[in-house]
Design a protein around this ligand. Sequence first.
Ligand SMILES: [Zn+2]
Length: 121
Amino acid sequence: MNVLYQPVPEEAVAEVFRTLGQATRIQILLVLGRGEACVCHLEAYLGLRQAVISQHLMVLREAGFVATNRDERHIYYYLAQPGLRDVVRQAARASGLSLQSLEESLARPVSPCPCPHCNPG
Ligand SMILES: [Zn+2]
């Protein structure tokens, strides 16, 4: 009998869920689902410290779920796999919540957002 660990292909799918498996990362995906955002925008909407958000962004970026654009002054994160929004929507439904109720909890910044998108011109 082969007692060596044989990873099944489903491990790769489980890894996706492990990567998504934190509330802060779900919040980040929801905010980025509305458009690209810099860390300061996420900071304002999630009400968390930049260091915490950056850590989660790093994990999501390494997984290929988010990617970055930059201009001279800012780095903007965006959803590199927009289909993840559907994963979150279905997971929300399975938990008894609607995507809309999640969106509403992130509708307004916790603190005034200083980002260029929120302060054009
Ligand atoms: Zn902003």
